[in-house]
Design a protein around this ligand. Structure first.
Ligand code: FAD
Ligand code: ZN
Length: 466
């Protein structure tokens, strides 16, 4: 039997697509990678995923798993060869169970993140993972990339929220590791091996995730700071005064907000003229009035200490949402402005002011007039440090011709600060060469040994990560 016939027999002919417009699966979100799949296969259960993997393994055909296709490093689309099967997890979209007393939820990999959040909320809980792509990214993709987002400061990355996994191995066996245990020291941590492996070791089909009690209130404030050192001082003050109530701490550079004002003029323009604007989020177990009072106390102390020059506290949920909307509009405003070179870097929080000063200076020296769109999760030491061509020059040409050199400048500065060239988006195809160059040889050797042991045929998302 041909592979396609075998796949049709497992998942039904309607779920094996090999003609018509497959661009939704073959192009990535940023439209930087355009592949061609042998077929798009859409299994509807873990058993069907296992059967698809076995059929492909028997014929030596490689697989590219895909969830919501919102990944930013070209890891979830097929190559151009027309020989890879694109395995879409989107039909595995059930929340299987909620264990209220254990504070856990078990859901399938293709569940859209927003659906997981909403299901948890309906049951009276918080599922804290949150990112701007939550309307289309999937739990499986979040796990495969160990996604971060805006709540990492309080709740950690996706890895920190995961207790157990169900995985189809490269041989097509099902590993049921769906445990809701917080303590389980029984040998190597296989769960953590698959989290962040970007589809290169096996297919995640379901996961047991941690829930939290729903907070009584969530409030937001904005603060204007003169320098990044002031932002770091504010962070430490906020940590001291708000403790675990501090759930978000995002920084936005002035040029980033200028772009939002230019391209989305209807959005609010809070604290105009601030060199750096910080968005703080607080979740409170008591209530909104108490949370606002705590914010006012914090910001009063920050004004007195001199690290903040102006501040506002949101007066309603609608206002809080509007402030987050401004933050989340930065990538879109930047895209409207033209193609640019994106970096997702992390350094110790203490090194952020030095990193930005040194790297800004190095880039300005190399490219006079270059524009720096700088924003991100300052509380986690994670900046989206993006480089936009000088005004009036061709963004596409800048990206095509200068990306390699710009990356060299930025990543050398990151390394000098003890940082990472990929904080939350992963490696995929985009940063594979960087990994080979910048990761220690001993670490690479261990990674290759793990890959060879779990996927000896090299059929799981080949050409990604390693
Ligand atoms: P996909 O894009 O489909 O896949 C991503 C990778 O995971 C690929 O390598 C794929 O092969 C693999 N994969 C997918 N599903 C599985 C599976 N079930 N088993 C094994 N491998 C699998 N990321 C952050 O960390 N923080 C952010 O704040 C953030 N914001 C974003 C905002 C926007 C607007 C966008 C477009 C992206 C953002 N991202 C962010 C990128 C982030 O990686 C993705 O949004 C998300 O985690 C990927 O989920 P997905 O289902 O779309 O995965
Ligand atoms: Zn981010």
């Amino acid at each position: 039997m041909s592979l396609l016939d075998s796949l049709r027999s497992h998942v039904g002919a309607a779920n094996v697509l090999n003609s018509g417009d497959l661009s939704a699966w073959e192009h990535d979100w940023r439209r930087r990678w355009h592949g061609k799949a042998l077929a798009v296969v859409r299994p509807g259960s873990t058993a069907e995923v296992a059967a698809v993997v076995q059929a492909c393994a028997a014929q030596g055909v490689s697989l590219v798993p895909q969830g919501g296709n919102t990944g930013l490093v070209g890891g979830g689309v097929p190559d151009r060869s027309g020989t890879q099967v694109l395995l879409s997890l989107q039909r595995l979209n059930r929340v299987r169970t909620i264990d209220a007393a254990n504070l856990t939820l078990t859901a399938e990999a293709g569940c859209v993140l927003h659906h997981v959040q909403a299901t948890a909320a309906e049951a009276g809980f918080l599922f804290p993972l949150s990112l701007a792509a939550e309307g289309s990214c999937t739990l499986g993709g979040n796990l495969a990339t160990n996604a971060g987002g805006t709540q990492v400061l309080r709740w950690g990355n996706t890895r920190d929220l995961c207790l157990g996994l169900e995985v189809v191995t490269a041989q097509g066996q099902v590993w049921d590791g769906l445990s809701g245990l917080r303590k389980d020291n029984t040998g190597y941590d296989l769960r953590d091996l698959f989290i962040g492996s970007e589809g290169t070791l096996g297919i995640i089909t379901a996961a047991t995730m941690k829930l939290a009690p729903k907070p009584a209130a969530t409030t937001t404030a904005l603060a204007a700071c003169g320098t990044l050192a002031d932002c770091v001082a504010l962070l430490n003050l906020a940590r001291t005064r708000l403790g675990a109530g501090l759930t978000g701490f995002e920084v936005m550079g002035r040029f980033a907000l200028d772009l939002v004002a230019l391209h989305f003029p209807a959005l609010p323009k809070p604290l105009p003229g601030a060199a750096w604007t910080v968005l703080l989020e607080q979740s409170d177990v008591e209530g909104e009035a108490q949370a606002r009072e705590r914010f006012e106390g914090l910001l009063g102390a920050a004004l007195e200490a001199g690290c903040v020059s102006d501040a506002v506290v949101a007066e309603s949920l609608a206002q809080s949402r509007a402030l987050w909307h401004v933050r989340e509009s930065i990538p879109l405003a930047q895209a409207q402005e033209g193609l640019n070179i994106k970096h997702d870097i992390s350094v110790p929080v203490s090194a952020i002011p030095r990193f930005v000063a040194d790297t800004d200076a190095a880039l300005q020296a190399a490219y006079p007039g270059v524009r720096l769109v700088n924003f991100g999760h300052l509380g986690d030491g994670n900046l989206h440090y993006n480089v936009q061509a000088p005004a009036g020059t061709d963004g596409k040409r800048f990206l095509d011709e200068e990306e390699h050199r710009v990356n060299g400048i930025v990543f050398d500065a990151v390394a000098a600060c003890g940082g990472s060239f990929s904080a939350e988006h992963g490696i995929g195809a985009l940063k594979r060469d960087e990994l080979a160059q910048r990761k220690s040889p001993v670490a690479l050797q261990m990674m290759r040994a793990i890959k060879a042991a779990l996927d000896p045929q090299g059929l799981m998302n080949p050409g990604r990560v390693l």
